[in-house]
Design a protein around this ligand. Sequence first.
Ligand code: FEO
Length: 391
Amino acid sequence: MSAITLKEGIYWLGAVDWNVRNFHGYSTHRGTTYNSYLIVDEKIALIDSVKAPFYNEFMTNLKSLVSLDKIDYLIMNHLEMDHSGAIPLILEHLPNAELIGTNAGKIGYEKTYHRQQKMRVVNDGDSIKLGKRTLKFIPIPMLHWPDSMVTYCPEDKILFSNDAFGQHLASSQRFADLINTHVIYEEAAKYYANIIMHLGVVVNKTLDKLSNVEINMIAPSHGVIWRDKENIARIISNYRRWASGISEKKILVIYDTMWGSTDKMARAILDGIVSKGIDAKLCNLTYSDRSDLIREVLDAKGIIVGSATLNNGMLPNVAAFLSYLKGLKPANKIGAAFGSFGWGGGAVKAIEAEMKEAGIALEPSISCRYVPNEDEIKKCMEFGASFASKI
Ligand code: FEO
């Protein structure tokens, strides 16, 4: 896509990745974008770049806006390759540009691209004057890498937020207010759940830090730009809610089954939950996308995980899901395990151990030998109803 003007002298010139469907394991059903911004003043600054395969398209856009030798600064808000991938190549064509980033960014850059790079290292509150505009740097370490920072333009009140407030969403539109509201907030929630959920403490600290910063536009490095008051307030408020682990009255029953017994248990547990008037979802891991499920986890209060026993442990789909969940450590959840077995069992204990490591407060589990009979189905329903009463 061609570059567009955000404000006089400020341009978007990233790349739209319409076809990406897997972003290091995260399913990007709607593609994504890599957003870069150019600010043309007495001095000229480029903020972030694009993933390396989009280098040519990016350079065409850049050259359409400015002569390359006129660019004074290339600001690297974040080292991850979806944003910095094209920087080594771009720098070869910017004879007068100074690379700017955090100290962790400098260390990471040299280790990633295997080249010594002269770079201006900036700290919290450092700024550069471009002319009538200023760019101020605010490191946000571990949101979500050690090198991460945001750049703020006080004159226009624009926050170039990099990954924060982003969404994996390819679109011909560049602004959130031009996108279907459900779509944009679902993608923002999925992005938060899969990339940022385990960093709630850091997110809250960052939001505190930004609370005194007046923001008229949030320009992230993925997806569309938030430019109107209502959407800016809503996405910040959502981040605060997610970071604080505030959930809805919703329970997920997540499981895999071998010969259908655990499936029967799951359905009975769901019926029990629903009988208490609580919203619930049945998620068979054979058919469910892991990163879509994590988005559901974000605002579910209860997570019940089940598996048939296989070789004294859980089924591989359940193990993979719990491994992912453990890394993302959802806050303030309650959970329980269930499953069927034939002789020795093992799945339920293994699930409980993983859920405990994920920081989930555990309620008692339920197991069933071989195929559940009528009485055992009733017990599963009671189990679901009892769990629902804790929500
Ligand atoms: Fe979009 Fe952390 O990279």
